[in-house]
Design a protein around this ligand. Sequence first.
Ligand code: ATP
Ligand code: MG
Length: 507
Amino acid sequence: MTEYLLEMRGIVKQFGGVRALNGIDIKIKAGECVGLCGENGAGKSTLMKVLSGVYPHGTWDGEILWRGQPLRAQSIRDTEAAGIVIIHQELMLVPELTVAENIFLGNEITLPGGRLDYAAMNRRAEELLAELNIRDVNVVLPVKNYGGGHQQLIEIAKALNKQAKLLILDEPSSSLTASEIEVLLNIIHALKAKGVTCVYISHKLDEVAAICDTIVVIRDGQHIATTAMSEMNIDRIIAQMVGREMNQLYPQRRHAPGEVVFEARNITCYDADNPQRKRVDNISFSLRQGEILGIAGLVGAGRTELVSAIFGAYQGAFEGEVLLRGERLDTSTPRKAIECGLAMVPEDRKQHGIIPDMSVGQNITMSVLHEFSRGTRIDQEAELKTIRGEIASVRLKTASPFLPITGLSGGNQQKAVLSKMLLTKPKILILDEPTRGVDVGAKFEIYQLMFDLASQGMSIIMVSSELAEVLGISDRVLVIGEGKLRGDFVNDNLSQETVLTAALDQT
Ligand SMILES: Nc1ncnc2c1ncn2[C@@H]1O[C@H](COP(=O)(O)OP(=O)(O)OP(=O)(O)O)[C@@H](O)[C@H]1O
Ligand SMILES: [Mg+2]
């Protein structure tokens, strides 16, 4: 018997001309928790898709040994049967099905005779969610009723139900709050104690450092190093990831906000299913020219609802006024909002940000296509020039603008959505979790881009669950709690504590 639970040898994966994995070797011991780190596009998700059978044996080169034996999976079913379970970076839930149906999809509990045992599945689903400390999810409601954070937890519950020997978590925490992440990390500890092996992928390196025993770093499809966490620290992980030292996480502040240009007045949003309930309760705020306004708060506090309402994208009923330079705007739909000079990069890029069937380039120019129309035809040369310019300016990593957008790594898809919105030349740019799933180097680039846009006079509203990020780049911080405005602070060495205290304020 080998001492390794898993060995991946010389793994090569090509997509057309792009070599995503270039001969990777990794070994994982039973019971350890491995942090798989690397920049956006390094190949982390691809490597885990090879391992979990998403890419069947034969579509890649190299060899996988699972408990010493060759693993030649044809599908994810084969690997699940072997005890390898993956939680994907992009959520795979079916929005129309109930929470319980999603958890048991492909894994249903049946009654003698073959009919589905809904009662048992609902009960078990409740238990699983209770283990994750989730009390506010009704398992018989459709998944689409719940936001990103809850959906992520439901996906985790689904995986926990599968009795994994090796559990792969690809960016599991990107839409979770600090307390939800704590629950998740505790669960991983408990699984580890039961002998379950984990591969944990996250750009939140503090989590990786807290939970992992071993750090595997890959860069450009190649293995860089495998090191015990006891011999590592976050700076060293970053240095291995980017191939250089990074001594600064946020750009220096240089812009000075001007006068008030934008106002949101008395915004109230009603729950789509329960119109009695207010998700956002009478919030007003203003925004100066060239100002970066951070919106902090816990997940579920109403931050996304607030910015969606301003942009005309809120699903339920909402009221309030939006003014630009004193003039009332009609932002009843996103299209009208864009015409008025607003733009929003949504939190959930899979649902609202990208069109999966289109290429990288088509996604980028989607909102400004009219600018390239010459009579009945499209000036493709001009369009391509714009696309290439955008790709360069946000440093989007893609082999070609003609690739399908779904072929980009998570962080690079995020940059494509940002590009798309920037092309509409907004006066007010709303970013909901703009650096979710984005690596440290690319984060810095996105912050730099935001600073440049602000110093050119664009006003930016940024919702973020990463408090360090809010404090690192905002000129001012709004704190939202339970749908109400709990604080409006100028960020003059504002402390995390002040913001958290406001967010948790029970009065
Ligand atoms: N289906 C695909 N078609 C074409 N290229 C792909 C496909 N999937 C991945 N790639 C390419 O393979 C490389 C690795 O992507 P991968 O998604 O594995 O990166 P990652 O390390 O998971 O990044 P992130 O941190 O952004 O999630 C990227 O250059 C990506 O563009
Ligand atoms: Mg990935």
